[in-house]
Write a protein that binds this ligand. Structure first.
Ligand code: ZN
Length: 203
């Protein structure tokens, strides 16, 4: 059994501070999955575990697609573990787009893979682009779930914040549940510190 929290902590990927998230919200913690996936052996191990639960479900996958940049390493490893193709979607002028000659064939069964699913916004956007090209979204997957969306194997229901559709299964290796705050209601701001973007101080 995978101890996801230990893996993230051991890799220095479970950061504590005062973070400004891409959603505009603030958090005391940040998950830097790239630090976990820097170790290719760990990446392979995590992807195999995720692939195993997807295979057990009996869902057939033709293709994995990830939203760039965060989902690409996890998605590529997962595609390798599943023995299927991998493509990615990227933002062009703010819109999630599939470029680089990547193709989605009509009715291909596609899994959308992220490193972390928070509300699932980027995953859903990548999924819409795949569907526009004729693909069919049959599952979502991530290394970790932030606890807002219901994942396969967990009893905890989706919260209203979750953007993933209820009728498509979502696979993850575990949950990381911690609070995120609106900037005007952030206890860390009230204590006088300033939120910074993860990565902007070398992490
Ligand atoms: Zn704050």
């Amino acid at each position: 059994m995978i101890n996801l929290e230990k893996i993230y902590k051991d890799a220095g990927a479970f950061l504590e501070g005062h973070f400004l998230l891409s959603s505009g919200k603030h958090s005391k913690y940040y998950l830097q999955s790239a630090k976990v996936l820097e170790d290719s052996k760990t990446a392979e191990l995590l992807a195999r575990e995720l692939a195993s639960s997807i295979k057990k479900s009996g869902i057939k996958i033709d293709l994995v697609c990830s939203p760039a940049l965060g989902g690409v390493l996890a998605g590529y490893e997962l595609a390798r573990a599943l023995g299927v193709r991998f493509i990615f979607a990227e933002r062009v002028d703010g819109k999630m787009t599939i470029r680089r000659g990547f193709e989605v064939k009509k009715d291909e069964k596609v899994l959308i893979c992220e490193d972390i699913i928070t509300t699932g916004g980027s995953a859903l956007e990548a999924g819409s682009e795949v569907e526009r090209l004729g693909g069919c979204i049959v599952a979502f997957a991530a290394l970790a779930n932030r606890g807002f969306c219901k994942r396969v194997g967990s009893e905890k229901p989706s919260t209203p914040t979750c953007k993933l559709p209820n009728d498509v299964p979502f696979f993850a290796l575990g949950d990381f549940e911690f609070d995120i705050y609106e900037p005007d209601n952030c206890p860390l701001c009230k204590d006088g510190s300033i939120a910074y973007k993860p990565g902007s101080r070398g992490n």
